[in-house]
Design a protein around this ligand. Structure first.
Ligand code: SF4
Length: 306
């Protein structure tokens, strides 16, 4: 254990804190975390922890979910400027307006949404369970946001539904702009035996040439479970650190430019400062938090029944 890791370890004990980190975090943060996972895993772990303090290494909407699930705990976000631009593309006013225009259409929101927008949703989902969550609605028209590429993926799986993207052009800047068809094709030419694992936030053209379309946790399971020895990973590059660590005998080719600057704002120094100074506390208004707890509980029921 190096000096920085030692300091984090001591502070964690002093503060009775648990560190949760998203799969896209820097290696130094993943190594310091008690748990590394995707949005759904982190929700589950935030719910289960008995620690008094949760330090959430990820972006704003994830820390908000942890705070909503744990109103009695201190939830810290080491850098409160680490905000997801895609979540910001769907302000609550857009959801309210869409509900008026499409009356009767349920609103299903991806977990990558701000708490204030989630308050107006009928259901929440992650990239791993979006299809199963939407399938359960009897209505044909479904308002779905904020990612248009995930909406496209769900629409392909559920042709009997009409998925209305909300907003029309919502997207993750990393998956939409930094994982281009040409980049994936080039890696395929260089590594013809490699399987392509793509996130459903990728553009339809990249989804079309992928072998599997998966959430980040889905990628971890798939890479472990398959006998293939090489994979092209079409998602934010941070996951490759964990993939390599858990599968030392396999090769993972990452998309070099697919880097989320907001995720990477959490560095070890900020994590230490967060534990030392108890900053930055995340609070969600109780009315909104209570609705989020209901929605997350409903979403988890869908997972348990599939
Ligand atoms: S990778 Fe995309 S969706 Fe995830 S936090 Fe960054 S901008 Fe948001």
């Amino acid at each position: 254990m190096n000096e920085i890791q030692q300091r984090i370890f001591e502070l964690k004990k002093q503060q009775d804190a648990v560190i949760l980190a998203h799969n896209y975090q820097l290696p130094e943060i993943q190594d310091a975390a008690d748990f590394v996972g995707d949005s759904l895993d982190l929700c589950l772990n935030a719910k289960k922890t008995t620690a008094k303090t949760i330090v959430f290494c990820g972006v704003d909407f994830m820390a908000e979910a942890a705070a909503a699930l744990n109103p009695e705990k201190l939830v810290l976000h080491p850098d409160n400027t680490a905000c997801c631009p895609m979540a910001a593309m769907l302000p609550p006013a857009t959801v309210i307006e869409a509900k008026k225009q499409h009356s009767g259409a349920p609103v299903v929101l991806y977990i990558n949404t701000l708490a204030s927008a989630k308050f107006h949703a009928d259901a929440l989902c992650t990239s791993a369970n979006a299809v199963n969550v939407i399938r359960r609605f009897k209505e044909k028209d479904i308002l779905f946001g904020p990612d248009k590429n995930l909406a496209y993926y769900v629409q392909k799986q559920l042709p009997e539904k009409t998925i209305i993207p909300l907003p029309r052009e919502g997207h993750c800047i990393v998956h939409n702009h930094s994982i281009l068809l040409e980049d994936v094709q080039l890696l395929k030419e260089e590594h013809p035996n490699a399987l392509v694992l793509a996130h459903p936030e990728c553009i339809p053209e990249v989804q079309a040439i992928s072998d599997y379309i998966l959430s980040t946790n889905g990628m971890l399971h798939k890479a472990k479970g398959l006998s293939a020895k090489a994979f092209i990973i079409a998602t934010e590059e941070g996951i490759c650190y964990r993939l390599k660590k858990e599968n030392p005998g396999k090769n993972f080719y990452k998309m070099e430019s697919a880097l989320c600057r907001n995720m990477k704002k959490i560095i070890a120094g900020r994590l230490i400062a967060s534990l030392e100074k108890k900053q930055f506390e995340v609070k969600v208004e109780e009315k909104i938090a209570a609705r989020m707890r209901e929605l997350i509980e409903e979403m988890l029921k869908v997972n348990r029944s599939n």
